[in-house]
Design a protein around this ligand. Structure first.
Ligand SMILES: NC(=O)c1ccc[n+]([C@@H]2O[C@H](COP(=O)([O-])OP(=O)(O)OC[C@H]3O[C@@H](n4cnc5c(N)ncnc54)[C@H](O)[C@@H]3O)[C@@H](O)[C@H]2O)c1
Length: 247
């Protein structure tokens, strides 16, 4: 796997869960990491020798400040991992009982937030003539998982956004790809007893590799899409779920 010495990676939602493990993985191959989160992240950033930035990705000015703070401190942005998302706080709900406010919040963070973070870093990547954008989708739009229609639809939008953005940014050598994890025992999920009871066993049993999925399982795919090995791959979605769904 490529070393990312000298490179700078922003990981949104990296204070805990999948994002934290991704940040650790990127730091482990030499990147300077910006831990961008709506919750306090100084401790995580310090442990990685990186920098914490407070941001709500659904806020345009906040995303612009995140990008500028990275440039001010490190002078470049090589990788953006759009990981921040609303999932672990959601409970299974029939589609016709979902609250419209919750639907809007899920889309504000999972779709608009991804767009705004991308938009904020794109000028710097374009100027540099290189960049990697890695978007966290989910296995749910592939499987059509019921009772989370807002979430599943938002993660389907991430796949569509990845494809169209890859076409707009390809000329600038900015590559855009998606990783779609299966049900993962992240920090957030471990605090949601309803998700654990309803999804943990059924997800593990649906896999070819019959075991629970952990945040660490996603890190290798991120390092691949951030590194030189994937320099001719863009607009793609990689499902990382132990073989529950085949593309
Ligand atoms: N855990 C799973 O089963 C699973 C499966 C597939 C995809 N995913 C996706 O992976 C990503 C991470 O999920 P997780 O399970 O690690 O979640 P988590 O709840 O453990 O962590 C999410 C992190 O994102 C941050 N965050 C939330 N809203 C934010 C905002 N508006 N701005 C900035 N930061 C914000 C939170 O503070 C938290 O640190 C999400 O995009 C999720 O949809 C998770």
């Amino acid at each position: 796997m490529s070393r990312l010495d000298g490179q700078v990676a922003i990981v949104t939602g990296a204070a805990q869960g999948i994002g934290r493990k991704i940040a650790e993985g990127l730091a482990g191959v030499g990147a300077r990491v910006v831990v961008a989160d709506v919750q306090a992240a100084d401790e995580v950033a310090n442990s990685l020798g990186g920098m914490a930035v407070a941001v709500d990705v659904s806020d345009q000015a906040g995303c612009e400040r995140m990008a500028q703070a990275t440039i001010d401190s490190y002078g470049r942005i090589d990788v953006l991992v759009n990981n921040a998302g609303i999932w672990s706080s959601l409970e299974p709900t029939p589609f016709d009982h979902l609250s419209v406010d919750e639907w809007k919040r899920v889309f504000d963070v999972n779709v608009l937030g991804m767009y705004l973070a991308t938009r904020a870093v794109a000028p710097f990547m374009r100027q540099a003539g290189r960049g990697r954008i890695i978007n966290l989708s989910s296995g749910t739009p592939y499987k059509g998982v019921p009772f989370f229609l807002h979430y599943v639809t938002s993660k389907g939008a991430v796949i569509a956004m990845t494809r169209a953005l890859a076409k707009e940014l390809g000329a600038d050598n900015v590559l855009v790809n998606t990783i779609a994890p299966g049900f993962t025992l992240s920090d957030g999920v471990l605090h949601n007893p309803v998700q654990l009871e309803q999804l943990q066993d059924v997800s593990a049993k649906a896999r070819v590799l019959v075991r629970d999925q952990y945040p660490e399982d996603i890190v290798g795919a991120v390092l691949f899409f951030a590194g030189e090995e994937s320099s001719f791959i863009t607009g793609q979605s990689l499902v990382v779920d132990g073989g529950a769904h085949f593309n």
